[in-house]
Design a protein around this ligand. Structure first.
Ligand code: IVH
Length: 699
């Protein structure tokens, strides 16, 4: 949003104000935001700076002067006895350090204590209790007055209708956030899609939109929840605690939900450590947060600092890097996976999101394309959460390129009818979300994916055989089926490299380059040879049977002990394997019934691939059968994969996140949030020595 020097400050301010007014109207009144929050924040910051630099541009109606949007007029207005403030933002460690330094200076205390809290991504509300009864609930509105949404708030189960305790205050206003838990959001959207209703854009819009329904029965069907984090008006007879953190504990006692993640911390190091800790947990939390909030804990110190127009000077929100940003669609393409699944994706102008640059985002499937109506040239909002592939969440309709006649320049996108890799028909079965290429192993895309999977670390573990080499091997006809890998010689790889990279083939090859190529080829041939010595579990996983993941492959290997009985098992027999239901049993039986799959296995065997075979496992396989174990932190004497294999051999299921269902957590060095969570949930925790002793005992 850089200002071009040609634009006059007054014009720019007017432009920014009008854009901000429009965006704020769409967000707060229509519940239908169109631009990402980062863009809104950037414009607001620019306008703030412009107004500070040019006081003559000041305008009482400027978006910089208000906290939110005015009531929409559909609900009764509700005035706030004490204004509902907003928070200033920090986006970097430096800004947090500056904030702490200012507070230290103004309070005269070198190391003041802060209450540190998640920043819930929902909608701020104020709840008023008179003599212990919930009498009025209001949205923030413009900070001075909001909307009376009492009837809707009464439908939210985590909001107490009656305070606990015997002597309730005459007046108590509690403030906090109404939010939509992720699970509820996903379930709601799944149902909406199934019924042909409009899905919610994200949990925050879901919360806001649900609360502003005119019919409380509609709100009651939305999965909403509440967390308390502040006070409003409190009658004089109440002896309030002296700190904010004590107040939160007191509110908990009165029956309000207060997040278990709230804590206290000192100094900028303490605050930043909390930011990191919560950031690490962010993706596994059951609700969305967009940062953390630091609040000076002592009320007397808060009073010393006071507040500026929109926000207290004793608190600040430290925001995570944006997960949603806008960019432009350059092309829409499809990718064909190992099972033929056709996944549409967009190639877009590269953007920074959540701290990394991305240039592709997934569209998931044809339904999603139809829902979003994404077209080439569109401005879109993409979202990247944690390590998941970025996805397109919305098209910014007002920015769609249009011709002079007002019609869109580009047509709606349709999935191709033929596979881009093998020209086989793409089949879209009614009722199934995924479209598939019907080419099977004729399709080079599927063959490549099958080979990449076969070679991957948790499968046959062929080091160095990655995507680019597999692409070249298939494109230049060196490999058709998986067993062909075991026939490749050093000369084949060198020849392939020359063909794959024409520049290398044309130029007279230097002796050095030749040596490097030979070394590279030798390493690959050695890695392929080493993979011949494998386990039945790895082999079964490597075959890429649909819906047979690593855990199921290992369970099959354990159950049958050898390949032949598995090849001959019928669906009923297969269902006796733990975790194998009718669908997976059918897939496995179909896979082994296909002559070409049996041939591929025979070819692998003929190429020297071998694995130890044993007796089938007894009914309850090992001492850890039925138990979920989570590994966290570093282990000194064995790799994580080895530890996982050993635990699985004893029947354990090795999980990645700690929950109530976890039976045991193995904590190595520098174990972080998982260890903390295990402690909080009272789960058994072992260190490495204890694990080794146990493994030795059960060897
Ligand atoms: S305290 C006087 N604490 O963030 C301070 N706000 O950007 C008032 N929010 O309007 C707010 N989590 O909607 C506070 N732990 C938390 C919060 C929180 C989320 C929201 C709230 C507020 C907005 C300000």
């Amino acid at each position: 949003m850089a200002m071009s020097p040609a634009v006059h400050p007054a014009e720019r301010a007017a432009q920014l104000r009008s854009r901000l007014h429009e965006a704020s109207h769409r967000y707060h009144v229509l519940d239908d935001p169109e631009i990402p929050d980062v863009e809104y924040d950037a414009m607001l910051r620019e306008l703030d700076a412009l107004e500070a630099e040019h006081p003559e541009l000041a305008d009482p109606d400027s978006p910089t002067r208000r906290v939110g949007a005015p009531p929409s007029g559909r609900f009764e207005p509700a005035e706030h006895a004490i204004p509902m403030l907003s928070l200033g933002n920090a986006f970097s460690a430096a800004e947090v350090e500056e904030f702490v330094a200012r507070i230290a200076k103004e309070t005269g205390e070198a190391d003041p204590v802060f209450s540190v809290e998640p920043k819930f991504d929902g909608l701020a509300i104020s709840l008023r209790y008179e003599h212990g009864r919930f009498v009025l609930g209001a949205t923030r509105g413009d900070g001075a007055a909001g909307e009376n949404v009492t009837a809707n708030l009464r439908t939210i189960r985590s909001i107490p209708l009656q305070l606990r305790g015997t002597q309730p205050p005459a007046v108590l206003e509690v403030r906090g956030e109404v939010y939509m838990p992720r699970k509820g959001f996903e379930e709601y959207n799944a149902r909406a899609l199934a019924n042909g209703d409009k899905p919610l854009a994200n949990p925050r819009n879901g919360a806001a939109g649900s609360l502003r329904q005119l019919d409380p029965n509609v709100t009651a069907r939305r999965p909403l929840a509440f967390y308390a984090y502040a006070l409003g008006e409190v009658s004089a007879e109440v002896a309030l605690p002296l700190t904010h953190s004590q107040t939160l504990a007191w509110l908990r006692g009165l029956g309000f939900p207060v997040s278990l993640l709230v804590d206290t911390a000192r100094g900028s190091c303490g605050l930043l450590a909390y930011f990191t800790r919560i950031g690490e947990q962010r993706d596994t939390l059951p609700y969305d947060i967009d940062g953390v909030v630091y609040k000076l804990d002592r009320y007397d110190q808060q009073r010393t600092l006071g507040h500026v127009s929109r926000a207290p000077r004793w608190a600040i929100a430290h925001k995570f890097p944006a997960q949603e940003v806008a960019t432009t669609v350059e092309a829409i393409e499809v990718n064909v996976g190992r099972t033929g699944a056709v996944t549409p994706w967009v190639r877009m102008t590269p953007v920074q999101v959540g701290g990394v640059t991305v240039s592709r985002a997934t569209l998931h499937n044809a339904d999603q394309i139809a829902r979003l109506d994404v077209r080439v040239g569109d401005s879109v909002i993409i979202r990247r959460a944690g390590d998941v592939i970025p996805e397109v969440v919305q098209v910014i309709d007002s920015r769609r390129p249009r011709g002079a006649d007002g019609q869109p320049l580009h047509p709606s996108y349709r999935l191709p009818e033929r596979c881009p890799d093998c020209a086989s028909a793409i089949e879209h079965i009614d009722g199934e979300v995924v479209a598939r290429c019907t080419g099977g192993l004729v399709c080079p895309a599927q063959r490549k994916q099958a080979l990449i999977h076969f070679a991957s670390r948790r499968a046959m573990d062929i080091e160095g055989l990655g995507e680019r080499i597999v692409d070249a091997l298939v494109d230049h006809g060196f490999v058709h089926g998986i067993a062909d890998l075991y026939r490749l010689s050093v000369d084949d790889f060198v020849a392939m490299k020359q063909r794959a990279d024409p520049a290398v083939g044309e130029l007279p090859e230097s002796e050095m380059a030749g040596k490097i190529a030979t070394k590279w080829a030798e390493n690959l041939v050695t890695a392929i040879a080493a993979s011949r010595d494998t386990t039945l579990g790895r082999l079964l996983f490597a075959l890429g049977i649909r819906d047979v993941g690593e855990a199921t492959a290992k369970a099959l290997a354990r159950h049958f002990g050898a390949l032949t009985p598995l090849l001959d098992a019928d669906e009923a027999t297969l269902q006796q394997v733990p975790d194998v239901g009718p669908v997976v049993a059918a897939r496995i039986a179909h896979f082994f019934a296909e002559p070409h799959n049996r041939e591929a296995i025979a070819a692998l065997h003929a190429a020297g691939v071998h694995w130890p075979e044993g007796a089938p496992a007894s009914a309850d396989a090992g001492p850890l059968t039925g138990k979920t174990v989570v590994l966290t932190g570093g282990l000194a004497s064995l790799t994580r994969d080895a530890a996982k294999d050993r635990l699985e051999a004893l029947g354990a299921k090795v999980g990645s996140s700690v929950s109530k269902k976890t039976a045991l957590v193995i904590a190595g060095t520098d174990a972080g949030s998982k260890l903390a969570k295990a402690g909080a949930l009272g789960i058994e925790i072992w260190d490495e020595a204890r694990l080794l002793a146990y493994l030795a005992q059960h060897a």
